[in-house]
Design a protein around this ligand. Sequence first.
Ligand SMILES: Cc1ncc(COP(=O)(O)O)c(C=O)c1O
Length: 352
Amino acid sequence: MSYFRDNIERMVGYVPGEQPSDPEVVKLNTNENPYPPSERVLAALGSMNAEQLRRYPEPTAVMFRETAAKILGFSPEQIICGNGSDELLTMASRAFVGPQGLMAYPVPTYSLYRTLAHIEDAGFVEIPFGPDWSLPEELYSTGAKLTLLSNPNAPSGTMIEADEVAHLAKKLDGVLIVDEAYVDFAESNCLELVDKHKNVLILRTLSKGYSLAGLRFGYGIGNGKLIAGLNKVKDSYNCDAVSVMLASEAITDQEAMGENARKVKDERERLSERLRAVGFEVPESQANFLLARMPAECPLTAKQLYKKLKQHKVYVRYLEQTHLADCVRITVGRPEENGALLETMRQVGIEI
Ligand SMILES: Cc1ncc(COP(=O)(O)O)c(C=O)c1O
């Protein structure tokens, strides 16, 4: 006898990347930013008054919405905030899909999408990306209530250009989420779609570009009606007072974010070149990580490489997904961290 709904009993929960407590670990496994958050965030944190915490926070994170609206050129009514963009994904699957509804997305992608379908007891259509990670034709005609596109895609880092995403939005009957968690490391984005397509919801996060994965703050941008509907399923006080204040400071400092992103992008190019030079297949990434497929003549499998690196305190991600068994995903770190990765790869038998 189980106390759980059948779908919850059957499902396997989402497994996040490891968070080792050892400070010596070179941690390149969960796509965190290797640089600290903006000085403005640190200053605001230092000046916070505990008395502010006695009361409930303003329920819609209006301080952040007003700040972000100005920076991005939208109105505050077009923005909704969440406890990380993961919470906004949960809200969307609740609001748009529900039991017996259908979700669709190209794969391989962020594995939380499938978990959310399981939690809702919804159906899901997973369509393999085309060659070179192109958008598969079948995605246009699934009839899904919610289509999800991680763009840049995790874990490939590849990107679908905005005009193609617009074409997809136009063809779909349901909502299209463009999950832009990694967009701060990319050369383009899909914001221009928001005012042209009432079914488009862009999701963003402070976890990656703004170095605030521990803060848990994300936001969605869409048509006013879409946002108003989503607000109905939101928990009353889903964003706490501390996170709203710090996220508002962080997004104000576009310069600090841009500077860190530039450093990550430089290292991303250096690391991809080094990996490709010894036979790893690495798709062109516009994110802060690389998907590296093992060279044909390699003495190690991807899983062995992951394990051996871990023994040497270098953590990368091995994703137990069918099409990725011969790949590791490597977060781009600071130059010295990437150097340590390459040196450790040499030590475990890869001639790099
Ligand atoms: C594609 C994608 N979307 C969303 C998220 C969640 O980000 P957040 O930290 O804002 O919940 C992640 C986190 O790794 C991600 O890879």
